[in-house]
Design a protein around this ligand. Structure first.
Ligand SMILES: Nc1ncnc2c1ncn2[C@@H]1O[C@H](COP(=O)(O)OP(=O)(O)OP(=O)(O)O)[C@@H](O)[C@H]1O
Length: 221
């Protein structure tokens, strides 16, 4: 389980979160908020890409508290924020091979991910020639190939067409069945949030856990 305890987040003088508390444990968690409220900042902080200025983020395992940077180094957590991170001169095949080698060394997962996301037609093309949806399928395939116990995902359905959105639901449910713990961010009116078991709502600098997406959040946006 990843524990997030008393975490404050800010950019300059703008406070984004006060004393945030979270638990991430073998469920799908939807992180919901309006634009600019701090979803990406929170995910980056959990992933260790931004420094933690106050509070604690750690993994509980065998009654030891392991700090997040160690967790990331040990390849327990995968976070590939956006298709914008790709080098356009490389291909999806390059990235899949790299992640398979660095994380689990299991190339069979590559074939499964490529078939699931129907990536063969563009697998060996340079990413600069991909559509937004092709990039996003590549991002999702990387999560599958990384095969880590924890996934952090920032707006993982960006650019996906309706068929791929339906596929995303089964992709997430299958990952949960395998025991993956997932925290993903989305906007408040996204119907794909239905895949979440628990919601974390970031609003007015507070993080609130809820088993249901409150009605006013479902209707906003
Ligand atoms: N590198 C940065 N420098 C300065 N301010 C930043 C930087 N990154 C984010 N911010 C500010 O922090 C706040 C939170 O940004 P963040 O990207 O975390 O929000 P978000 O909830 O993910 O937004 P969105 O839904 O639009 O993706 C915003 O007000 C933004 O302007």
């Amino acid at each position: 389980m990843i524990i997030i305890k008393d975490v404050d987040l800010a950019f300059g003088n703008d406070v984004l979160l006060r004393s945030g508390q979270m638990r991430i444990d073998q469920q799908i968690y939807g992180l919901v908020a309006t634009n600019g409220s701090g979803k990406t900042t929170l995910l980056r902080t959990i992933a260790g890409l931004l420094p933690l200025k106050s509070g604690e983020i750690y993994l509980t395992a065998d009654q030891t508290n392991e700090r997040l940077p160690t967790l990331v180094k040990k390849k327990n957590l995968f976070y590939f924020e956006t298709g914008e991170w790709f080098d356009g001169n490389l291909t999806a095949a390059d990235y899949l091979k790299f992640v398979a080698k660095q994380w689990q060394g299991n190339s069979q997962l590559i074939d499964e991910a490529v078939d699931f996301w129907e990536m063969r037609p563009f697998l060996s093309r340079p990413i600069r020639k991909y559509s937004l949806g092709m990039k996003q399928k590549t991002v999702l395939a990387l999560y599958y190939v990384a095969n880590t116990p924890y996934w952090l995902m920032d707006e993982p359905t960006l650019g996906l067409d309706l068929d791929s959105q339906a596929r995303f639901i089964s992709f997430m449910k299958a990952a949960k069945q395998r025991g993956t713990s997932i925290l993903f961010s989305s906007h408040q009116n996204d119907s794909l949030l239905s895949v979440a078991d628990t919601f974390y709502i970031l609003d007015k600098q507070q993080l609130v856990a809820s088993a249901e997406l409150p009605r006013e959040w479902g209707e906003r946006g």
